[in-house]
Design a protein around this ligand. Structure first.
Ligand code: URA
Length: 217
């Protein structure tokens, strides 16, 4: 158990847990002990970003799901499988990308132990608290382009007025955590899995990823 006490509710932040000078490996190790907000209490483990250390593309999702929480890796469940397929089809080798989430712990409800864990979206406080990890990942990986997967990632990176439907499939340029970044927002792969017309939603995701490929040149 960490000797650090948890911050009061109005001051959740991962900042004291983020080492100032560290590479990705040390950062991942430090994130395993993050107690910057209460989500660590129920989650199995921190799910940190993974992939090529100097990837040209960083993909940012919402938070780990049930499978990711158990396995400790982002996007290894059904949404991740769909994402890998869409990336490949658009011309991005998933192995060349760095994949992470806006929030590094799984947030869920469970009516009884042993019952299915139901995903709950992180709130603004939890997203903000987790921001220092994403800021450091951006600094270290220094990607040429960020693919923003869905509304939570968009709000975490671009602010609470972000609306994925308004900007998906476009190249944005914004100052984020002190760095000028290029971003292509798109829908979250889980939204494709839930869509009534799954094929059309999948085609839309691939088309947005193709915009990212063209922006990379
Ligand atoms: N959804 C996400 O946003 N991230 C994951 O890692 C898995 C599912």
């Amino acid at each position: 158990m960490s000797s650090r006490t948890e911050a009061p509710e109005d001051a959740y932040t991962a900042a004291p847990f983020v080492p100032g000078h560290a590479g990705l490996t040390a950062l991942r190790r430090a994130a395993a002990d993050c107690r910057g907000c209460p989500l660590h209490r129920d989650a199995t483990q921190t799910v940190f970003g993974t992939g090529a250390a100097h990837a040209r593309v960083m993909l940012v999702g919402e938070q780990p799901g049930d499978q990711e929480d158990r396995q400790g890796e982002p996007f290894v469940g059904p949404a991740g499988k769909l994402l890998d397929r869409a990336l490949t089809e658009a011309g991005i080798d998933p192995a060349d990308a760095y994949v992470t989430n806006a929030v590094k712990h799984f947030k869920f409800t469970q009516t009884e132990p042993g019952k299915r864990r139901i995903h709950r979206a992180p709130n603004l406080r939890e997203m903000t608290a987790c921001g220092p990890w994403l800021a450091k990942e951006l600094e270290l990986v220094a990607p040429e382009l960020i693919v923003v997967l869905g509304a939570t990632a968009g709000k975490a990176l671009l602010g609470s007025s972000f609306r994925v439907t308004q900007v998906r499939g476009t190249v944005l340029e914004e100052e984020i955590h002190g760095r000028r970044e290029r971003l292509v927002p798109t829908v979250h792969p889980s939204a494709v899995l839930r869509a009534e017309d799954r094929e059309a939603a999948y085609r839309g995701l691939v088309a947005d990823l193709e915009v990212a490929v063209r922006a990379l040149g």
